[in-house]
Design a protein around this ligand. Structure first.
Ligand code: BGC
Length: 526
């Protein structure tokens, strides 16, 4: 999903595999899936700060923004449910679509699911770029959301099945990196299109999402179905032929045997969600759900969705607002690269805790500056203070981008045991989209009511999540998935209590049976 999750390895075994052209095309798919999602995240804030767009679809907001400050508070200029729905509807649709996508991914294959996503995207983009009224605009966003639901379910899965084991982990963060590049790309486009005279700049902003949408669709037509999906649907000979082709070798028997066994066992597990609720899986479930809620409660999407609007609110001109959004977008991309290099060296906990301090500090400074300088009816932000606000927002975004951004996705994907990984991943994606929706829908109203205190609100969350990390999140750096239970959970001061052996059961065909690790990887069969 939004970050998406990739299995690290099936039993940690390496099979013979070359990096074939098909694998390279897979990486391009990862790029377009992530880019598409990121573009949708980044584009809405910029267009909602464009006067022509507001005048056409949200005249009430337009008048408030133009009229200045007599009646309405600075902080409330953009407080409008419809405007928030423009941003948030995508996430609600994505959340709902995930359930259908999980079904088509399993029964119709990864390739078709990606194709459906591409078609949703293309129609959504067309409706958005050609929108004549609010209904058309929202309908477009809903279709884009359906695309996100289908793509974020199928693309990560497709990649984890196509890529050789040794590059799967890297692809996980690559997906996140592409989300951030998509956001930056949208910010840059908005910066350019806002200058277009004639009132159609926003159409170009929304329409350019058609590029990644087309790439994804054409990509889905060109790539092959995964061997895992073919085997799962009983097409064994085809599955083996495809495996030979993508691995670039005839020596695929060991991997194919593993695939068959995985498919047999996956069919036996009839109640993955019930397994997930078992006591022994509680630590991973609680951690995955908490990480998604916390990731969104850092307030990151308040910045990602609404940075230009926010900068406008505190008194920046339109151009400066969009320009500042480009700067924060660039910091987001660069800091994600820092994460790629450091996550396996300094560890997950260090990054999360360091980022906690940095985010808390920067949010408090922003709240203080705004509290003193931006009152309901006057903005008195001098140039140097304005620069300080941008620097603090960048400090905050950098910390997020090397911690909660990628790790919110990485940690669940590496902690769920094999029997529950697919169900765990679905829950992770849904909780993330749900909280993304809530923030998108509520932020501008919260800004209106809490004013500068909104940053204190998010900083309090940062404090809570940092304590959570300190006491309840074990380090998983360099621990192979199969050894998680022994090396991590059984040794943890709190989570060890959930690891009693007599709870070690899985539900197979509706009956309880002993669920000692059976070495299959259901993350490859959602
Ligand atoms: C989050 C998104 C966010 C993005 C920002 C992702 O990890 O899930 O909600 O917009 O990071 O880079």
């Amino acid at each position: 999903m939004t970050g998406g999750g990739f299995a690290t390895s099936a039993n940690g075994v390496e099979f013979e595999a070359k990096i074939t052209p098909i694998v390279i095309i897979s990486c391009i798919m990862a790029a377009t899936g992530g880019l598409m999602f990121g573009y949708d995240v980044g584009v809405s804030g910029g267009v909602t700060s464009m006067p022509d767009f507001l005048e056409k679809f949200f005249p009430v907001v337009y008048r408030k923004v133009q009229a200045g400050t007599e009646k309405d508070s600075n902080y409330c200029k953009y407080d409008n449910q419809g405007l928030q729905l423009f941003t948030s509807s995508l996430y609600l649709a994505g959340l709902t679509a995930t359930f259908f996508a999980s079904y088509t991914t399993r029964t119709r294959g990864r390739r078709l699911t990606m194709l459906i996503a591409g078609v949703f995207f293309i129609i959504g983009v067309a409706l958005n770029a050609g929108a004549q009224d609010l209904a058309m605009l929202i309908a477009g966003r809903i279709l884009l959301g359906c695309g996100v639901g289908f793509a974020n379910q199928a693309v990560p899965l497709f990649l984890s099945e196509i890529a050789p084991t040794r590059i799967r982990g890297g692809l996980n963060i690559l997906f996140q990196l592409n989300i951030t590049i998509g956001i930056l790309f949208a910010n840059l486009v908005n910066y350019g299109t806002a200058k277009i005279k004639g009132g159609w700049g926003w159409r170009l902003s929304l329409g350019l999402a058609g590029i990644p949408a087309l790439l994804l669709t054409v990509g889905a037509l060109l790539v092959t179905e995964t061997p895992n999906s073919l085997v799962e649907r009983g097409r064994l000979d085809e599955g083996k032929a495809v495996l030979r082709r993508i691995r670039g070798t005839d020596n695929v028997e060991p991997e194919f045997a593993d695939l068959l066994e995985a498919s047999r066992l996956a069919k036996e597990v009839k109640h993955p969600f019930r397994n997930l609720l078992q006591r022994k899986n509680r630590p991973q479930l609680v951690i995955a759900v908490a990480l998604q809620i916390f990731q969104q409660c850092t307030g990151i999407n308040a910045i990602m969705f609404y940075a230009p609007v926010l900068f406008n609110t505190v008194g920046f001109g339109n151009d400066a607002s969009l320009y500042s959004a480009v700067v924060t977008g660039a910091v987001n991309v660069l800091s994600t690269v820092v994460s790629i290099y450091s996550v396996d060296k300094v560890g997950r906990r260090f990054l999360l805790l360091e980022a906690g301090v940095q985010m808390f500090f920067s949010q408090v400074v922003i709240a203080i500056i705004l509290g003193i300088k931006v009152t309901d009816h006057s903005t008195n932000l001098s140039k140097s203070f304005a620069i300080l606000v941008v620097v603090m927002i960048c400090t905050y975004v950098a910390a997020f981008a090397w911690s909660w951004g990628p790790l919110g996705w990485l940690i669940p994907s590496e902690t769920f045991p094999l029997e529950t990984r697919s169900a765990g991943q679905s829950v992770t994606v849904c909780v993330n989209l749900l909280f993304t929706f809530i923030i998108a829908q509520a932020f501008l109203s919260m800004l209106c009511h809490f004013k500068f205190g909104i940053f204190i609100f998010f900083s309090a969350w940062v404090l809570v999540m940092s304590f959570f990390v300190m006491f309840l999140l074990p380090e998983t750096k360099n621990v192979p998935i199969e050894e998680m239970t022994e090396r991590v959970w059984k040794k943890h001061w709190f989570w060890a209590r959930f690891m009693d052996d007599h709870n070690d059961q899985v539900f197979v065909n509706g009956k309880k049976s002993n669920g000692k690790s059976n070495g299959f990887d259901p993350s490859t069969r959602l």
